[in-house]
Design a protein around this ligand. Structure first.
Ligand code: 26W
Length: 818
């Protein structure tokens, strides 16, 4: 049902924007003009909420959550904003009356890919939930000119292309040239006596870069709230290039400008691998300093110069260690710039920050060589040393004589050329430290941050990740959303626990038939996408088995491939076997410098080439790699998936969030006891989850007992045939060297334990086959998965943070003026 008056208003605003903002008459408008015009029309509605929200927050002066994150992987705005405003149907009708297809217009939007994967997307889900729960929030991050690269595939290999997401204009940001902060870099420090005779430190920088705010509104779901995401862009400071210019050194002036702007040029595309690059440290410090200066500016605008209640006004969350230098920067601002004493400043700092850890992989824990840290941030190095001196005094007091413990806890790693341990700085400078799934938090406490946990057990807590059901169910899967609403009403997007009311319907044959019809239609849609983008035709009646996520050895896409090969060999051996046809779909980007991950992509393509063209199996098995997996391209994938592959080596995936998006859309999971899989299985019921593989404890025991991967190869004929086919050129046009690195690793130390988990995985896939052949049973399991996923809404995660970490409460927006 559409509201006639609103449809007319959308048409009017659209035509107005086309005319006044874009200077176009309708016949001359390009698809991008139409996208921009509709966005501008929608933006008017967003702005009304934005103004009302900032006015309300200003008057109420309530505690504000500041989410500091180097990544925000927002995804396209237009469709989501229409959903949250409740304008989807009206916009569709309005565009149709003007002769346009809303979906074609939505497809025009280039997504802001300002993140790598899970961590960046989590930040975006949390911004969505914070607005929906009406929590006063400032998101702070970096406006990368080039986000995560676009992935092309050439001859089965990944090729990276720069992401020019701003090229056609961005109607969702508002530049605020007057909201700017100067950021110092390099140089040296000097001590001096201030006018009250106190010893103070002054930082004489080598460079000054200006951060300019670009504001992005984040709407709540059908409420009056529009929160602020403030992204900083680096520019040259005028004073500096004028100086050079006046000396006649025009080139130096321009050079300086280029140099400054470099800081926010490009997102680092590595996830889970830290390389100590100076520019990355500069990026981190740049956005942190801009953000803290901004918070202090807002604070003083409201209530004067006394910063002693800063921590009452702000709760600042550190999204991993990327913004952890904030601990030292707030100390510098309070002590050096605002003249506060150390002890008071430290108390405020600790009460302000909380830290979320997102990874257990040692190679992803950030460390900066002291020499480089000091070269970029000379004053912060002094502050880190002083924090560390006082901290280690406390440690020695608590554990007298335990020097090795002090060395383990120290903010400085004395090994290999001394470096600053950012996870330690974040842990010392925060009043709360959390992991992102129950198992992950336990492993943090027992392993990575064990000494900190022994020192301050009360600081640690778990907050299991969640995902927004608005984007990943309501927007991505309109068919299922409509069926759910028809069955239980329309309250579920804001109250996902309400999905439980679907449980009894699992027993209702007519409802199951409708559930299947939705899945079937979604599969047909995805099949068309896969055919167009990967050139592989998949039968919509086959089992859609999907693994989409960053490509990484610990995520074990290659274990999935080993099963595909085993299945292919079995189908050739037993042409009459009662096996459901399967389409195995992959998607994900590899870090550009991660050679093995890129080889894994090549492997998928190589196996696909052979399997898809084998007349003996092509009707029963298809393999496809869908290129350029991102937020936009994932939208048709989750709704169509039937089997969700969550097969990381136990203890390696902190949480996973794709696992939640699949299960919410009714896919069944095949997975290890890793990350949030553990809790998903508990929630949906063990009987509705396909579990396989070693547990964390079993892995410890296996390694302790002297694990030999080659034994598995020798004792398991199925595994041997699979590995032999990899090695002998079957999938590499007889080139026996191509996959040698993979084979060597499998038969060598098998770091990620593919060989150890292979048998269990293949047997579990056999259970999947049997379950799938019983269509009614599978459908019941699917319905129960969706019905029981309420806990994994990011609204629940945010409610946990508000209660246990931030002590933040809602501030509803009562009146939205026109
Ligand atoms: C280059 C340094 C670096 C290191 C780590 C960049 C990015 C990272 C992130 C921590 C990687 C990441 O995205 N971690 C994921 O965070 C998700 C949200 O909590 C979890 O669901 C994933 O399990 C975790 O891998």
């Amino acid at each position: 049902m559409t509201d006639r008056a609103i449809v007319e208003a959308v048409k009017k605003e659209y035509c107005e924007a086309l005319f006044a903002a874009l200077g176009r008459f309708p016949e001359a408008a390009t698809p991008n003009d139409r996208y921009l015009a509709l966005s501008l029309a929608v933006r008017r509605q967003v702005m009304r909420r934005w103004v009302a929200t900032s006015e309300t927050y200003y008057k109420r002066a309530s505690r504000t959550v500041c989410y500091l994150s180097a990544e925000f992987l927002l995804g396209p705005h237009l469709g989501n904003n229409l959903l949250n405003l409740g304008l989807q149907e009206e916009a569709r009708q309005a565009m149709s009356e003007l002769g346009h297809d809303l979906d074609a217009i939505l497809a025009q939007e280039e997504e802001p890919g300002l993140g790598n994967g899970g961590l960046g997307r989590l930040a975006a889900c949390y911004m969505d939930s914070l607005a929906t729960l009406e929590i006063p929030t400032l998101g702070y991050g970096i406006r990368y000119e080039f986000g995560i690269f676009d992935q092309l595939i050439r001859d089965g290999w990944q090729v990276e292309k720069t992401d020019k997401w701003l090229a056609l204009g961005n109607p969702w940001e508002t530049p605020r040239p007057e909201i700017a902060a100067d950021v110092f870099l390099g140089g040296h420090t000097e001590g001096f006596q201030d006018d009250r005779g106190r010893y103070r430190v002054r930082w004489a920088p080598e460079r000054v870069v200006r951060g300019v705010a670009y504001d992005v509104p984040i709407l709540g779901y059908r409420n009056g709230t529009a929160n602020l995401l403030r992204l900083w862009k680096a520019e040259a400071t005028e004073s500096f290039d004028f100086e050079a210019f006046n000396q006649g050194d025009y080139w130096r002036a321009v050079d300086q400008k280029v140099d400054s702007e470099n800081i926010t040029k490009v997102l680092y595309p590595n996830d889970e691998l830290v390389k100590g690059k100076r520019l990355r440290l500069e990026q981190q410090y740049f956005f942190v300093s801009c953000s803290l200066q901004d918070m202090i500016r807002i604070y003083r605008q409201r209530g004067g110069d006394d910063l002693s209640r800063f921590h009452e006004k702000y709760a600042v969350q550190l999204n991993d260690t990327h913004p952890a230098v904030a601990v030292a920067e707030l100390m510098r601002l309070l002590v050096d710039v605002h003249g506060m004493g150390w002890d008071e400043a430290w108390e405020i700092t600790r009460r302000t920050f909380a830290y979320t850890n997102h990874t257990l992989l040692p190679e992803a824990l950030e460390k900066w060589k002291v020499e480089m840290f000091g070269a970029v941030l000379p004053r912060h190095l002094e502050i880190v040393y002083e924090i560390n001196r006082r901290f280690l005094d406390e440690v020695r007091h608590r554990f007298p004589g335990d020097d090795t413990r002090a060395a383990r806890l120290s903010l400085i790693d004395e090994a290999a050329g001394r470096s600053v341990r950012m996870a330690h700085l974040a842990s010392v400078g925060s009043h709360r430290v959390n992991g992102v799934a129950a198992l992950h938090t336990e492993l943090l406490k027992a392993d990575v941050l064990r000494d900190f946990h022994e020192l301050w057990p009360e600081k640690f807590l778990n907050v299991t990740n969640g995902v927004t059901p608005r984007r990943f169910l309501a927007l991505a899967n309109p068919r299922l959303a409509a069926l759910i609403t028809e069955a239980i009403g329309d309250g579920w997007p804001k109250d996902l626990e309400g999905l439980r009311r679907l449980e009894p319907l699992a027993k209702d044959a007519a409802f199951r038939a409708k559930w299947r019809a939705v899945k079937r239609a979604n599969k047909a849609d995805l099949a068309a996408v896969v055919e167009a983008r990967a050139g592989v035709a998949c039968d919509p009646d086959s089992l859609f088995d999907v693994q989409v996520k960053r490509i990484h050895e610990y995520k074990r896409q290659h274990l999935n491939v080993l099963h595909v090969i085993a299945l292919w060999q079995r189908l050739r051996r037993e042409p009459k076997a009662k096996v459901p046809p399967r389409s195995v779909l992959f998607g994900g980007k590899a870090a550009p410098g991660y050679r093995v991950a890129k080889l894994m992509i090549k492997l998928v393509h190589s196996v696909a080439e052979v399997v898809n063209s084998d007349p003996a199996t092509r009707d029963r098995l298809r393999v496809a790699f869908v290129p350029d997996y991102n937020v936009k391209n994932c939208m048709p994938i989750f709704p169509a998936a039937e089997l969700s592959e969550q097969i990381s080596t136990a203890g390696k995936e902190a949480s996973g969030t794709g696992n939640m998006k699949f299960a919410m859309n009714g896919a069944l999971t095949i997975g290890t006891l890793d990350g949030a899989n553990v809790e998903i299985r508990e929630a949906v019921g063990a009987e509705n989850f396909f579990l396989f593989g070693l547990t964390v404890d079993e892995i410890h025991r296996l390694r302790a007992g002297g694990y030999r991967a080659r034994d598995r190869y020798e004792s398991d004929p199925v595994l041997r045939a699979v590995v032999d086919a990899l090695a002998d050129g079957t999938f590499s046009r007889d080139d026996t060297s191509l996959f040698r690195p993979l084979v060597d690793s499998l038969l060598g130390d098998d770091t990620w334990l593919l060989m150890a988990d292979f048998r269990s995985y293949v047997e579990c896939q056999g259970e999947v086959e049997r379950a799938y052949l019983d269509t009614e049973r599978w459908t019941r399991m699917s319905i129960l998965n969706t019905a029981r996923m309420g806990f994994f809404s990011s609204d629940r995660s945010i409610a946990d943070y508000c209660r246990d970490v931030w002590r933040a409460t809602p501030v509803p927006i009562e009146e939205v003026r026109s």
